[in-house]
Design a protein around this ligand. Structure first.
Ligand code: CTP
Length: 406
């Protein structure tokens, strides 16, 4: 995920460097935007070195072109659309006033107006400035618009006075950012193995059998588990999706390759989610050379592929000493959803089957939403409404945590 960190001109600006480090632990990609005053306290070079990104320090170059550190003349719009959150720390009384009144005099204040991402501000200033009715009103206006304010702490201030105005602790600011972004740590210490996408079963060097799986559901699961603090291994059949940041991505092609990758990592996994649409059959003969047109009707002989999920379930059942992992399967059905899901739950010895009716609008392979019912081993059946695949992923992970409870 990408956030913009606005650094404004206060003594606490040096603490922003530490904040960058802390936020990087959350695997956030950070674009720093500095006001002119901030550069009096700390150099852009520090943030460029820490983040690996160019630091934005100005809106326009003197010749009217985009400045050297900005990709284009409308970069504020591009950044505004790209970020998942805007954080300003430290936020001076001046920047809070500009935000409150919609004054867009520089890159940061323009970015605030242009973004629809949530905004978090961590004010830092002299106690009298913080308590001034003007600042009070500005902060109240920002709160009423949904801006999240991490209140300053009390203590010795740089100006020698004692009182409220000190930039909140780095950890408090990081916690607020995580809460607003929905980053939880409830999978910390766990390894989640996810399979995604279709498999391809070769017929000859140029042809293969496959299915319409886009991989979106599995990738959403991997992303959700990463955000919740898990170590994630994503074994993926061929898809058009970019490898999710923060996950170990293992591309595979055939069912046999997927099986090999899953078996290699299953022993360390606390949770295994088989979201891949694995081919059930493969050509019994793979031709070494391209098959020639024969002119007549031909029949393809197919043989069953190994059922990866059923194998894992069987081994788990037979080996009682092995640490118990949670096994989750998917079932894409076109009829008799509940009966088929229950049958798969039993046959594959899984803990949960997430079943969907792929004929339903908003469910299935290509879309960004899914309509899923969770079938659990204890007989429970949890229907979920139509949700984004990311939200479905989180609901499945919530249920996994529930199953892990002693
Ligand atoms: N699965 C698997 N290995 C296979 C086939 C399926 O691990 N060779 C997993 C899928 O990833 C999914 C679950 O098993 O999590 C159910 O897949 P599905 O194809 O619906 O089940 P099948 O047993 O193939 O039943 P069906 O006759 O409905 O195709």
């Amino acid at each position: 995920m990408k956030i913009a960190l606005g650094v404004t001109g206060g003594v606490a600006a040096y603490k922003s460097a530490e904040l960058v480090r802390r936020l990087q632990q959350e695997k956030l990609d950070i674009q720093v935007v500095m006001t002119r005053a901030a550069q009096e306290f700390i150099t852009p070079l520090t943030f460029a070195a820490l983040t690996g990104n160019k630091v934005i320090t100005e809106m326009f170059a003197r010749d009217g072109a985009a400045p050297a550190n900005v990709e284009s003349a409308i970069e504020h719009i591009a950044v505004a659309q790209r970020i998942d959150l805007l954080l300003v720390a430290p936020a001076t009384a001046d920047v809070l006033a500009q935000f409150a009144h919609g004054i867009a005099g520089d890159f940061l204040t323009t970015l605030y107006l242009a973004t629809k991402a949530p905004v978090v501000v961590a004010p830092a200033m002299n106690v009298n400035m913080w308590e001034h009715p003007a600042t009070r009103d500005n902060v109240a206006a920002l709160r009423s618009r949904g801006v999240h304010v991490v209140d300053p702490g009390e203590g010795y201030l740089a100006c020698g006075m004692i009182g409220a105005g000190r930039l909140a602790e780095t950890e408090s600011i990081a916690q607020k950012v995580c809460a607003v972004l929905g980053l939880r740590h409830d999978f910390a210490g766990q390894t989640v193995l996810v399979t995604a996408g279709p498999t391809r079963e070769d017929l000859d060097p140029v042809r293969f059998l496959t299915n319409r799986s886009s991989g979106k559901m599995g990738y959403a699961l991997a992303e959700a588990a990463v955000r919740r603090g898990a170590r994630v291994v994503l074994v993926s059949g061929p898809t058009n999706l970019p490898a999710p940041a923060g996950a170990d991505w293992i591309p595979v092609r055939s069912t046999e390759e997927m099986r090999g990758a899953v078996r290699e990592h299953s022993a360390q996994a606390n949770v295994i989610v088989m979201a891949a649409a694995v081919a059930d059959y493969r050509p019994a003969i793979v031709h070494a050379r391209k098959m020639k047109r024969a002119g007549e009707r031909i029949a393809l002989e197919l043989e069953p592929t190994p059922d990866i999920l059923a194998e894992l379930g069987r081994e788990r059942r037979e080996n009682h000493t092995a640490p118990r992992s949670i096994l989750v399967g998917f079932a894409a059905e076109t009829e008799q959803i509940a009966e088929r899901a229950r049958e798969k739950l039993a046959r594959k010895a899984a803990d949960m089957i997430a079943a969907n009716d792929v004929t339903q609008e908003g469910a299935g392979f290509d879309g960004d939403t899914n309509v899923v019912t969770l079938f659990l081993r204890d007989g429970r059946q949890i229907p979920l409404p139509k949700l984004s695949k990311f939200e479905v992923a989180n609901r499945i992970l919530d249920q996994v945590l529930d199953l892990q409870k002693p």
